[in-house]
Ligand binder design. Sequence first.
Ligand code: C2E
Ligand code: CA
Ligand code: CA
Length: 643
Amino acid sequence: MGGEGDRPVDGDVSWPLRGRRRVGRLRRRVDLAEAVAELSQRALRADEPDALLRESLQVAVELTGADYGTAVRRLPDGRLRVAHELGPQPLPPGTILQPHRERSYLLRVVSTGQPFLSSDLANDPHVSPPEPLLSRGVVSGIAVPVRGAHEVSGVLGLHFHRRRRFGRHDVAAASALASVVATAWQQVEQRERLAHLALHDPLTELPNRVLFLDRLEQALAQQVAGPQNGPGGLAVMLIDLDDFKGVNDGLGHAAGDHLLRVAAQRLQAAVRPEDTVARLGGDEFGVLCHPVPDEATALRLARRMLVAVRRPVEVEGSSLTVSASFGLTSRAGTGTAPPTAGTLLGEADIALYRAKDRGRGQVQLYDERLQRSTRRRRQLESELQAALERGELRLHYQPVRRTRDLQTVGVEALLRWQHPTRGLLLPDDFVPTAEQTGLLVPIGTWVLNTACRQVSQWQARSLRGADPLWLSVNVSPRQLDDTRLPDAVAAALRETSLSEGSLVLELTETALMPGDATRREALLRLRNSGAQLFLDDFGTGFSSLTHLTELPVQAVKVDKSFVAGLPTNRRSAAVVSSLMTLSDELGLAVIAEGVETYEQLDALQEMHCQSVQGFLLDHPQALPHLETRSRTAQLREPRRLPL
Ligand code: C2E
Ligand code: CA
Ligand code: CA
């Protein structure tokens, strides 16, 4: 009687039987320890997690004599899913269990992390065993937690057709194998996490540039394979958030991050499941639409995304509207050889560049003309950079005169470029390019410093006793978005001793869009740094008269297109006179620009417009020319004096 190593431990008559059991238990424990050691090693390598899971269950079943061995995984949403089951009628992997909310011992194991044992499940007053068990003849069972890094990640269950008592060794065996399963799952998760990290942007969770390019290459490869693989038309979009830098600089990086996340979600929600939205870097996103039947569909998708992005976003308690610019290129599924990914991205980039040109919130489709004009513009850009460095920029000044007596009350600085081969260039030839490329920021600083210096010297030389002339400097929306502008203004004022209160910044209507909190703050900062603000080109943008009440400006310049219609065009006359009435109430001064005829001047005088500016009175000139002229207008033609 008794096996090897079997030794009686006490004088109990039944020792041979108890001894055999104990030996059996010892054996099993040794086997278990060996199996667990080996399986754990493999779990750490995470080579074949599914095979490992099967084997762990197999060992558990063999060592305990269970009829069913089940590994249940807890999904992130809390549902329980069968990862694997061994037994005569196993549930297929992936089966979602529907445990009873309060009486499920699986859920209890998950929530408490404690093992559960029952020798008679059907009659256990505390639990309702899951239906698939009882119907398969299960009577008793044990369930232990599979512990993840932070929480219970699943349950290992062993179930028996017969009634069976469970002891701590059973729990120990099941737990040891559960820990193997836990290690395997953790390794797999970590691997998946690393793989995910390498291909996704951590902030937005969107695919990153690497994954985007990979998907694009795959789409192109399918095009090569031909139309039998389905309609292979594809579209590539590059998307850039407008004024993102302003948010980031103005409201801080947390606000910027929030905005990026919201934009990412909205873009993603606006496309179809088969499309890829990726974050390519900074505030740039890429979209691959594939398959897409035609260009029109791609355009529609782009517009849908644009509308989605434009909805107001809550940032730090205030509501912000961001728009985005879209550059789009597309290819039909069949026909000529497909382009490379690089070509498509280059085209989308050119289109995006153009979209930005056209202002905010534009969708631009690529075509070849665009390519040529982009090349020209890029050349201009590099020349302009050189112009700034080589000192080819100049300032001309155009006086602003009081309508009543035509005395010069201010001057407006207007930028010129003395181009080495093309002669003197006007702003329309190069300011738009400078604006798009961001070069206007350093150029604007140059304008500000130069104008303040030149005019302060002029003030010092000539104006003892008289009211100092004010100096207007034009500021573009792009400059306004640069958070360093207020400091630049303050520095220019400090360093040049321009008379106090005499610096004016002229801003166009688009820069003063109402409801734009970021812009509004920028304006207030500018005023605090000591500048007055004028609204330039009134009537050309969005603004209605009612917006005037909301703008923090001291004067309004009526655009020359309205002045040109005076006095005969009824609409122009109506706009100017209602502006006069409202400005009067708001305490704003009105300046009419582009005055070219006596009739216009007369009409403006009759409407009590305070100041005028225009070729009739002065052309913009370099300061030395201007200084030699008297402050009173010398009209080129004899005329009756203004009343
Ligand atoms: P703006 O601010 O509306 O400037 C007035 C423009 O009208 C000037 O053109 C001026 O020469 C022109 N002008 C003045 N009187 C008359 C007139 O009687 N008839 C007509 N037809 N035109 C007249 P310019 O110098 O070519 O400047 C064009 C625009 O370029 C400016 O429009 C302004 O928006 C922009 N700009 C000029 N200098 C700067 C600058 O330093 N920075 C920025 N950001 N923009 C500038
Ligand atoms: Ca102006
Ligand atoms: Ca103007």
